[in-house]
Design a protein around this ligand. Structure first.
Ligand code: ASP
Ligand code: MG
Length: 613
């Protein structure tokens, strides 16, 4: 009936009994008339155990030898599962990544898949065999054949890539949780199971979902339109469908590296309102956006950069027709945001800019590739376009530029990222793909689908960067060269002239482990590149809400900010994309922030979710 790729994670194959239970499920699926490729992880905590062994021998083990070592874990599982199937009378054969022909880049420990041979797989499938494939591994054919691995958690990526290559009907990821939850159940016991989520939303929730589903697997599912479901190994419950729109035919060559960016989007119908120098204390964003949403003004980007002294600047964009209303609301609320005891003349100044445009690059391929944002900034710099605002999310970088420069910016970006004009944007929503469309009753997506907390970030602020084309490109180019991935990037509103040069601050977040080295590297080049201090804060947390339904719905941001204000949680930075709003708060308030936001959007279920041991 159908060709299905199933993937079983480490816990699901953690013991002989569990491997036998998996064999039973596979056997049943075959008996129901389906053909099957099964991808497996290493048993239980095998991979962790192997890493530990290596670390006992070397503090810096050779990456080639690490791949040689770690790839053995999956090899054990494929042999045992094939035997278990054969015991049931089900013909089965195990194959390593190299035997299949999962061809990857020659990058040990983090290889991306270039191509998957299907000849041998198809031959066995046609002969009625279940093919059991080792996940997480491949082979690089550049020069001599080498065993490579895809990076921790990479078996999901193997499974979805095989499903794409075989044009399987769907791919099932079996794991030890019932599917994708609205937030982390270890932090919020009332987290609820979602029936479905789009790939775009899932990618924006990477910091929440990454443990359940490797983001690269979601990226492949989205790019090739592979219907994907995450289900529990222990039950027959339906799990969570991760849906994608029907993609345009995409080549299977250079599967994971072909295009990091798949759309250049722009909007010239934008205007910016900024509120400069408001007090850096809880409740300010909530008051502003609360009032804005009561006036039914729909805001697009919202940006608050890192504070300077004890004040912040908040800026947002709206479409031009509602600019007047947005400006009026902001002007009306400004006096209330001045310090009552000792108001200064320049406090809460409202600034409006009409002729701006937003240009964005979008694409799942930018995850973990620090060079992509840098390339966007460099391209804009070469085209002589100055960047006024930057806001980033997991899969999108948006820049506000002068409207007169929009065409130039878009053309330069299209040629840099090889995007044809008029191609479908990344946000286009077509028919949702599931094997059986009746499984999903069509519904309009909720404004907020899930809430994520990331406690593993640090913030860097570069003070007084000269405000001229090319500075962001230099800064993020340097970070990319050092292989440091940047998450949120926010450029301040405040512009100050020092030594005759207008200057702004740029703040961004990186993985906490990269914080110190990034600071050191950027401090070393400060004099040469003309910025002043580099400030590192490792005690931050990032909370994000994600939902495709927030587009065109006023009030979503306000509700998030109000929930934080009510609990006296100060917002240090804000960045948004169309379907995501992220706030940086103090680390010790991270969990509380997650809980109150999750509750504010009514995501909490009555049932408590029991975290599996
Ligand atoms: N065994 C590998 C790991 O533990 C790959 C996987 O399970 O996805 O990271
Ligand atoms: Mg996993």
């Amino acid at each position: 009936m159908a060709l299905i790729v199933q993937k079983y994670g480490g816990t699901s194959v953690g013991s002989v009994e569990r491997i036998q239970a998996v064999a039973q499920r596979v056997y049943k699926t075959v008996k129901a008339g389906n053909s099957l490729v099964v991808v497996v992880s290493a048993m239980g905590k095998t991979t962790d155990g192997l890493v530990k062994l290596a670390n006992e021998i070397s503090s810096n083990p050779n990456r080639r030898e690490m791949d040689m070592l770690l790839s053995t874990g999956e090899q054990v599982t494929i042999a045992l599962l094939s035997m278990a199937l054969q015991e049931l009378g089900q013909p089965a054969i195990s194959m390593t990544g190299a035997q299949v022909g999962i061809v990857t880049e020659a990058e040990h420990s983090r290889a991306r898949i270039l191509h998957i041979e299907t000849t041998r797989l198809t031959r066995y499938i046609n002969a009625g065999k279940v093919v059991v494939v080792a996940g997480f591994q491949g082979t690089s054919n550049a020069g001599e054949m080498e065993i490579t691995t895809l990076g921790r958690g990479g078996s999901d990526t193997s499974a979805v890539a095989i499903a794409a290559a075989l044009q399987a009907n769907f791919c099932e990821i079996y794991t030890d949780v019932p599917g994708i939850l609205t937030t982390d159940p270890r932090l919020v016991a009332e987290a609820q199971l979602m029936d479905d989520i789009t790939c775009d939303e899932m990618l924006e929730l990477a910091s929440l979902g990454a443990k359940v589903l490797h983001p690269r697997a979601v990226e492949i599912a989205r790019n090739y339109g592979v219907p994907l479901v995450v289900r529990s190994s222990w039950t027959d419950a339906p799990g969570t469908w991760v849906t994608s729109a029907k993609p345009q035919g995409r080549s299977l060559i250079n599967l994971e590296i072909a295009r990091p960016v798949d759309a250049v989007e722009f909007d010239t119908d934008q205007a910016k309102v900024a509120l400069l120098r408001v007090p850096d204390k809880p409740g300010v964003a909530a008051r502003l956006f609360g009032e804005i949403s009561r006036q039914k003004v729909d805001v697009d980007l919202i940006i608050q950069s890192v504070h300077e002294g004890n004040s912040n600047d908040i800026a947002f964009t709206v479409t031009t027709p509602i600019l007047k209303r947005a400006e009026a609301v902001t002007a009306a609320i400004a006096p209330a945001l001045r310090s009552q005891s000792n108001p200064k003349s320049d406090e809460a100044e409202v600034m409006v800019e009409h002729n701006i445009a937003k240009v964005s690059i979008a694409g799942a391929g930018m995850i973990g590739r620090p060079g992509v944002a840098a390339k966007m900034f460099a391209t804009l710099a070469e085209a002589g376009v100055n960047i006024q605002m930057i806001s980033t999310s997991e899969v999108k970088v948006s820049c506000v530029v002068d409207a007169a420069e929009c065409d130039r910016a878009v053309n330069a970006l299209r040629s840099a990222f090889e995007i044809e004009a008029g191609g479908q944007g990344a946000g286009s929503r077509g028919e949702l793909l599931t094997p059986n469309s009746s499984l999903l009753t069509p519904h309009s997506p909720p404004p907020v689908r899930g809430v994520a907390l990331d406690l593993n970030q640090a913030r860097l602020a570069i003070r007084q960067l000269p405000d001229q084309p090319g500075m962001a490109a230099k800064l993020f180019g340097l970070l990319a060269q050092h292989n440091i991935s940047v998450d949120m990037i926010i450029q301040s509103q405040r512009c100050r002239v020092i030594d005759g040069i207008p200057r702004r601050d740029i703040a961004f977040t990186v993985s906490r482990i990269d914080g110190e080295s990034a600071k050191k590297m950027l401090t070393q080049v400060a004099a040469e590149l003309g910025w002043s201090e580099v400030v590192l804060d490792s005690a931050i947390a990032k909370v994000s809400i994600v939902g495709a339904g927030m587009v065109g719905q006023p009030g979503v941001a306000a509700k998030m900010f109000e929930a934080l204000a009510e609990h006296q949680i100060n917002i240090q930075m804000i960045a948004t994309s169309e379907i995501k709003i992220s706030c940086v708060v103090a680390q010790e308030q991270g969990v509380k922030a997650l809980q109150v936001i999750h509750a504010a959007f009514g995501l909490a279920g009555s049932e408590k979710f029991v975290v599996p041991a």
